[in-house]
Design a protein around this ligand. Sequence first.
Ligand code: F6R
Length: 608
Amino acid sequence: MCGIVGYVGKKKAVPVLVEGLKQLEYRGYDSAGVSVIGSGIETVKATGKVAVLENKLGGNDFGSMVGIAHTRWATHGKPSDRNSHPHGDCSGKISLVHNGIIENYRELRDLLVAKEHKFSSDTDSEVVAHLIEEFAKKLKFQDAVLAALNEIRGTYGLAILNSDEPEKIYAARLGSPLLLGVGKNENIVASDASAIVKYTDKVVYLDDGEMAVVGSDSYEVVTIKNKKIQKKIDTLDWSIEQAQKQGFDHFMLKEIFEQPEAVSNAMLGRLLVKEGMANLGGLKDVDERLKGINRIIISSCGTSYYAGLIGEYMLEEFAGIPVEVEYASEFRYRSPVIDKNTAVLAISQSGETADTLAAIREAKSKGALALGIVNVVGSTIARETDAGVYNIAGPEIGVASTKAFTSQLTILALLTLYLGRQRGMSEATGKKIASELKKIPKYIEGILSQKNDIKKIAKKLDKYSNLLYLGRKYNFPIALEGALKIKEISYVHAEGYAAGEMKHGPIALIDKNFPSVFVVPKDSVYEKTISAIEEIKARGGKIIAIATEGDKEIAKLADEIIYIPKTLEMLTPLVAVVPLQLLAYYVGIGKGYDVDKPRNLAKSVTVE
Ligand code: F6R
């Protein structure tokens, strides 16, 4: 989820590019770089924030009026000057910036290395520059770019410079956002409108499979099959702040809506539907050791801990491995019994949570295999674990975790496939899980389209100061997560509880002023959960149900219902959590709170 900007016009390019990067910095901030066409291609890169790059540039604009720039959110290759964009070819004539993932980069890289291309980074992106260079040996540059785009599998937003055409930028999109700001005697390419609004309000949104050839006074758009197309020019009415949020009122809402993409990214190149397996490249180095592991301890905090609880259910049921889940803050101080046949798995969005990091250090000191599921590439936990899997969910800015959670669940499902198939899971079961997992992004889209109905339900919850969240089996942790979300964002007291435990205590709280939110999909414990609903109803409690589409029974019991699609029981948490995130969001904004920065909380808890 990097940020791209490109400029061609009559102004000095460097200041426009640096300014654009600052607006895009929320998309990624581990390193940045810029290339302009001066006497040839001039490239400056720096690890760290855009300000570090700005310092390094020291006001030098190379006299150029055309250039591209990038702020990075690492996916392949750790954050470093070497891995920062732009990336070039061998001749030094091509420079490009890329947002997305090139799935087949390993095979392309091997082919290009065989043709004596020399690579200078560990990124998937650099392969595109060399591929264009290779095609340009026989084709005109524009055709070479198109030929390369047709070879790539994966996703891209690309901006490309060719020093032989010093008044042009090539920009192409597949799965990663890219738009063109149309100005007077200048045009700007960017990942989103925040880098453009300062200069123009006229924009052309590139669609997937399109490439724009952009000059200062004109531009032309073709499909990657080289068919010319006429694009509509839209007018923006966004401020810079709004543009960063891409029209959403808050980062939290934007991130809730990014979940179909975050879940897809987590699976990209990893989920093998036909084979009913998962390919987790990050675990390859420890594959042999994993085969000897007889116990997994998942250790994490907050929302990531709840993801771990669901992981426990998945891994025990389908991979047959004993799993324990423990708060990292407890694990680190209680002398846990672990040995070299134990794997300790840290789940962390930030990769910097102090307690989770301490848990990993404790585990390593006792000889355990330390694994991670981490979103921030190059973070301390990512570096200190022996092996792991990155989320590739992009930066999560809203303090309340949303897209990182569904991405963590996706990776736990992949891990279940990976370890399960190593340990006797049948091919048929593997295929069933894999093909259903593939459908989850579409299911989430369907739930998101009900946002107005969920908003209405949130309005009705406004007057209550206590809520009980209940669920059973795979959805017990979802009840915990739903309660945590509403606590954080709306400062409403909410308790998450196992539906079957409710009768052992919390039921005493129930009256007409204490509603219960039930996660009650049609699964193996449906009838048991319905009994718990009946018990609450009998005591005058209101019921809000998250239920499976087509469930007629629930309509007789619940006061409000939000429907979710039917899926495999182990995957229901991935869909059931989405309405609860939206509910928390709308209750929070209904009360007038800043949901992106709830009081007393920090995004990354680096203290004990
Ligand atoms: C809740 C939330 C926190 C984090 C927790 C762990 O919305 O965001 O509970 O989940 O602080 O953070 P990471 O995953 O960064 O280790």
